[in-house]
Design a protein around this ligand. Structure first.
Ligand code: CTP
Length: 398
């Protein structure tokens, strides 16, 4: 934490009193803390308390009416090594998720290139509301790290989930983030993600349910740990935020193959998370196929196996990671793919394990290595799963 520049955003929640404890602990650990507080936040805790702790004036307004001095949200966004919004109210989370820049805090958030941490604090029913949950999902999709609130007695005297996480836990998350930040510095990682779409005619395709979430989480995790990432993705509704992720959008397995083959030689590792279609229509109709009373057989032809091709090109110092989604005999099938495609290790998820696989925000994985060692992990959110996989990759790269 020493010399790290941290923007501490404080909003209008009773948990604002804990922000002073948080700020004090950050300063004690050697961080430079710049507080930005909303008008509602100032109702709960005074700027004087906060500026005394950080030894810096607290920022709240865009400008001072009396002398015309103003605060640059752009400079602040560039200054920070991390931004932590604690406590984050439902209102601020909603503004962040929708780009509503009507105060200094959210405006700085939109300008900030550094990692953002968000520690929500609110009543349990507010926290559970789909509007809040969807906004938090949007923030996750922007790459922000949500520090889930704890469960317990709330200021409303109700008991439930909504209590801002304790300052020592929040600080531990920041410390882990900073400690991991350079682990992959100088490394180049190729990640494939999402589904592929194989054209039938100008308006139809064969696709699959892959959301791309796991691959994007892996790309984000690699970038956060200092790697330069080349993310080759099929059609997904996800955004990338990290400046070290170079994104290449493709549609078909053929296009993904070309991009992966072109970028793998420069990479230290390849993570093949895409759900690539094994087949494509042998011919693509140039005009929309019209309905007929007869059945419509579609002849399929095989696509290139990107993983197997990279496996045969792999140099000694490169690491290749594959994925297997299985419905039955998972260990047997995944081990066969590990060998056939020359992966260093394969990440298996079983569709029949609750919370695992496509589309959702969670995953439950087993990592199988060439020496047949199997490590099984509990159900986690996809960012935490990505962290486990990248920990293993780092052990291989060393
Ligand atoms: N893969 C790939 N290119 C393909 C097919 C698969 O790169 N054309 C990669 C996937 O990204 C994944 C791994 O290979 O990392 C396993 O994919 P899977 O489709 O399960 O393997 P298959 O050999 O096609 O086996 P299955 O018969 O189960 O489809």
């Amino acid at each position: 934490m020493k010399d790290k520049r941290i923007i501490l955003g404080i909003t209008g929640s009773i948990a604002a009193y804990k922000a002073a404890i948080l700020e004090r602990a950050l300063v004690k650990k050697g961080a430079e803390v710049q507080v930005i507080i909303t008008s509602a936040g100032k109702e709960f805790i005074t700027p004087l308390t906060l500026s005394t702790l950080s030894r810096r004036p607290v920022i709240s307004e865009f400008f001072a009416r009396n002398d015309g001095s103003w605060n640059s949200h752009v400079d602040l966004g560039l200054w920070a090594d991390a931004m932590l919004i604690a406590p984050a109210t439902a209102s601020t989370i909603g503004k962040m998720a929708n780009g509503i820049a009507d105060n200094m805090l959210v405006t700085t958030y939109l300008s900030c290139r550094a990692q953002v941490f968000v520690a929500p604090a609110m009543d349990m029913d507010m926290y559970a509301h789909p509007a809040v949950q969807q906004n938090l999902d949007r923030l996750r999709s922007f790459g922000d790290i949500i520090i889930e609130p704890g469960t317990g007695e709330l200021a409303s005297q109700l008991t439930g989930k909504g209590r801002m996480e304790e300052p020592d836990v929040i600080i531990e998350k920041l410390e882990i983030f900073f400690a991991k930040q350079n682990e992959l510095r100088t490394k180049k990682i190729l990640v494939t993600a999402g589904p592929t779409f194989e054209k039938i005619d100008p308006v139809r395709f064969i696709g699959n349910y892959s959301s791309g979430k796991m691959g994007f989480s892996l790309a984000e995790e690699c970038a956060q740990r200092g790697a330069d990432v080349c993310l080759v993705t099929g059609p997904v509704a996800l955004q990338t935020k990290h400046p070290r992720i170079r994104r290449i959008d493709v549609e078909t397995a053929d296009e993904m193959y070309e991009a992966a083959i072109a970028h793998f030689p420069q990479a230290d590792a390849g993570i093949l998370c895409a759900a690539v279609a094994d087949y494509r229509p042998a011919t693509v109709a140039t005009e929309k196929i019209k309905k007929d009373s007869e059945p419509l057989p579609i002849q399929l032809t095989t696509n290139q196996d990107i993983a197997a091709s990279l496996g045969s090109l792999k140099r000694k110092n490169q690491v290749l990671i594959g994925f297997a989604l299985e419905t039955n005999d998972g260990i047997v099938h995944a081990t066969a793919k590990l060998k056939k495609k020359n992966f260093d290790f394969i990440v298996l998820n079983m569709l029949d394990e609750p919370g695992a696989g496509f589309r959702g925000d969670t995953n439950k994985i087993h990592i199988i290595e060439q020496n047949r060692e199997i490590t099984s992990f509990p159900l986690k959110n996809k960012q935490a799963v990505a962290s486990d996989i990248i920990d293993k990759l780092i052990a291989y790269l060393q």
